[in-house]
Design a protein around this ligand. Sequence first.
Ligand SMILES: Cc1cc2nc3c(=O)[nH]c(=O)nc-3n(C[C@H](O)[C@H](O)[C@H](O)COP(=O)(O)OP(=O)(O)OC[C@H]3O[C@@H](n4cnc5c(N)ncnc54)[C@H](O)[C@@H]3O)c2cc1C
Length: 395
Amino acid sequence: MRPLRVGIAGAGIAGLTTALALAHRGIGSTVFERAAKLSEVGAGLQVSPNAGRILEGLGLTAALDRAAVLPEAIDMRSGRTGEPIVTLPLGERARAAYGAPYRLVHRADLQALLLEAVDADPRITLKLGAEVTGSRQSAEAATLVVDGAAHEFDCLVAGDGVRSTLRSAVPGAAPFKPSGRTAWRTTIPIGIAPRDLPHQRTTVLLNRAAHVVIYPVRGGRLINVIVVIEEDWDGPEWSAPGDAAVLRRRFDADSTRFVSRFTGLDLQWTRWCLTEVDPRGSWVDGRIALIGDAAHAMVPFLAQGAAMAIEDADALATVIATAGNSVPEALRRYEAIRRPRATRVWKTARQAGQIYHLGGPMAVARDMTMTALGGASLLKRYDWIYGWQPGQDAA
Ligand SMILES: Cc1cc2nc3c(=O)[nH]c(=O)nc-3n(C[C@H](O)[C@H](O)[C@H](O)COP(=O)(O)OP(=O)(O)OC[C@H]3O[C@@H](n4cnc5c(N)ncnc54)[C@H](O)[C@@H]3O)c2cc1C
């Protein structure tokens, strides 16, 4: 039997990890990426142990460790007063409990290390500046249309992100919807960052209708700041430059002591529309499978979007490796394996958003409950996310 031919749309975290996971199983692929150069899109990413273990299995441990900061803990604090609410212990505890550390990386660094591994693997062809504009399929094959030219494969993987072009080729796939929230991201060089910022930890500040996440990346040389607020905004692209005055107005009204330290600095902010794709729509049709944000984009309150893309890539590569002549059946198996898990994470991320953004007496009750529970018990509630193993279902 001749080897399977796999075409992948998108060289984001989902597409590159799929190519590597396939190569790891001896299967070659061609990745088409519309950007001419993979640039510094995004900012920090928390790579939780469930994703880290898969990347380590692809031989990326040393590269990850070079790129990552390992936080000692996550400190949850009141955004209004800066007072501590609870501390979730990470560091060695995360490695011991989940078999891989909790890592903080710059998204560009993660993409670069995946890219380096892709470039080093002769089974993978990466075509940059190659926009996928459509697809078609028959019982025997599937075709990607790239800049007007047809490329034939046995299987197509749509890792083309939340605004996926290929999603329209899957009947019953859910559309993307703005979540009514935006994320404002910046990085602060350590030299001008507020001095009392903890450097080896993740800090989460909970505010009414807003929250802020702060953590180090690039070996601690940059501090990554994400401010999530409730606002209806959607640009034609995923992100656009953001005017800090909007953030200042928002936080002045809430008289937040802590947050105004960042909004007051002269920084380049990028505003991201937080968009969702309901995972209960279809992910697969015949020889085409959606993966990552194209299948189930989620709000970032659990920091699991890229992690789910990495888990998808591993599961998809496993079923493709055993597909033989029955690619459509293998892809249906992928959907059946992944949907329960991705749906549970997607829903839990939404709930976390509601809890994070409470105000008034509800926020006071939340803070008291978190403090009473303690960090170790709170972290244990996420064992089903971080401790998950490939092949395990969502329960
Ligand atoms: C504020 C914020 C914070 C986040 N924090 C975390 C976190 O801490 N941890 C975590 O796990 N996740 C996090 N996420 C989520 C994470 O960024 C996404 O889930 C992840 O990047 C999705 O990867 P992807 O490869 O599916 O899509 P993308 O990263 O969007 O990649 C899609 C790729 O496809 C390309 N493409 C698109 N259309 C075409 C086309 N027609 N032809 C060819 N190429 C195309 C694009 O150029 C892009 O390179 C966060 C998200 C946001 C917004």
